[in-house]
Write a protein that binds this ligand. Structure first.
Ligand code: SF4
Length: 408
């Protein structure tokens, strides 16, 4: 065993050297327009059926996945997640893309295949096409059921369209999740409560709740700087997040991660894989991957890490040109982590979950003292199972993560 390597890490790396990665993320880089708050790198497509970039992206994505399956990097997958961007903006090209990718990675029976869908680019016909392609779960970017809030966010749909998309997705038989956003300028507590209650009336099994952030370079940030709009208020957003916890948990949607609530058993298996430190492959412009060094070497992406590396994270560059190069795309970022850094990262990721992390894992990572200090400050609680976020700790999670990560 190398110095600083924990028994858990030793086992992880041994397993990943032999096994294929079971979690695949496909990043679809297209949107129909830019929302006011969004700083993601996306390409705007006007005429979805005729835009040659759609076909180019789909062919390249399949080519990359097939090659990674042939190289033994990914296979027998448990989850595939098509995120973006707006995967549903691919229109008629989406179903066949899902089908080809799911088949290339030999998804296991019962695999979770998720697609992010926006209300303005989804209907029963498109959901049925996704279903035929193998999709099992849809995450709808509803954001709000208040038209004024949707207008402030620069969304292309209104509340009725969001409700219609949720109904259509359920009718087609998907597990359905909705993204909801709070802390939006002009959004009142009453409006937020109505949005939460509407989500519950829809019978959703899964809800993701995010506070609006003001990201540099976005239309909203520009409008705030020029005095044309108000920015988000952190205190109001914090109160709204607390209200979400109260309303959703009272309706038996348990908080299982900082931003995520689900009926027990309906948690996102793909996203949970990130928080438990499972390896994943990301395909598409700006997609990230994480795995052990031996698997990273098998990708053919030309990754070389110094000795002592036990975890590698690498990110493809933005744009279709970057995606066209090499085995996975031209990489814009490669981070080689030691076993100790990986252990600390696992603690930070694990603390996102309501289940938290065991004291043994925190001790092995050398951060037990930091967690005890957070417990003294009331940000974490300790039980026989370990440490988990608690009370104000949910709101101040980034402070907790920063303090632990600084010890790597
Ligand atoms: S649909 Fe999503 S990815 Fe596209 S611009 Fe809006 S927030 Fe950004």
């Amino acid at each position: 065993m190398s110095e600083g390597r924990t028994p858990e890490r030793e086992r992880d790396e041994d397993a990943s050297a032999e096994q294929r990665i079971e979690h695949l993320y496909v990043h679809v880089p297209f949107c129909c327009s830019r929302c006011a708050y969004c700083d993601f790198h996306t390409l705007t497509i006007d005429d979805r059926a005729a835009d040659p970039r759609v076909q180019r992206f789909c062919e390249r994505a399949v080519e990359v996945v097939v090659e990674q399956a042939e190289r033994g990097v990914v296979g027998d997958v448990e989850t595939v997640y098509f995120g973006g961007g707006t995967p549903s903006a691919l229109a008629g090209a989406l179903g066949p893309l899902v089908e080809r990718i799911v088949s290339a990675v030999r998804a296991r029976p019962g695999a979770e295949i998720t697609v992010e869908a926006n209300p303005d680019t989804s209907d029963v016909a498109s959901f049925e096409a996704m279903r035929r392609g193998g999709v099992t779960r849809v995450s709808v970017g509803a954001q709000s059921f208040d038209d004024e809030v949707l207008e402030t966010l620069g969304r292309r749909h209104d509340a009725d369209a969001a409700l219609r998309a949720l109904d259509d997705a359920r009718r087609v038989g998907f597990d359905v999740s909705a993204d909801l956003m709070c802390g939006v300028p002009g959004q009142t507590m009453a409006s937020w409560e109505r949005t939460l209650e509407t989500a519950l009336e829809e019978g959703l099994e899964h809800v993701s709740v995010y506070p609006l952030g003001l990201e540099e370079g976005t239309p909203l940030a520009r409008a705030v700087r020029e005095g044309r709009a108000r920015g988000p208020d952190e205190d109001i957003a914090a109160s709204m997040l607390e209200l979400a916890e109260h309303v959703l948990e009272a309706a038996d949607l348990a908080r299982y991660e900082i931003s995520n609530y689900a009926v027990p058993g309906r948690e996102s298996r793909h996203n949970t894989s990130y928080w438990v430190g499972a390896p994943y492959v990301g395909v598409g412009p700006s997609a990230a991957s994480m795995c052990g060094p031996s698997v990273a070497g098998r990708t053919g992406a030309g990754l070389s890490c110094e000795s002592g590396t036990e975890r590698v994270r690498f990110v493809v560059g933005e744009g279709l040109e970057a995606f066209d190069e090499g085995a996975l795309g031209r990489l814009r970022e490669v981070e080689c982590m030691t076993g100790r850094e990986a252990d600390v990262e696992d603690v930070v990721l694990g603390l996102r979950l309501a289940a938290g992390v065991t004291a043994r894992r925190a001790d092995a990572a050398g951060v037990l003292g930091a967690l005890e200090e957070m417990e003294d400050r009331g940000l974490l609680v300790r039980s026989s199972e370990g440490f988990r976020l608690h009370g104000r700790g949910w709101l101040l999670a980034n402070e907790v993560f920063g303090a632990v990560w600084a010890l790597r």
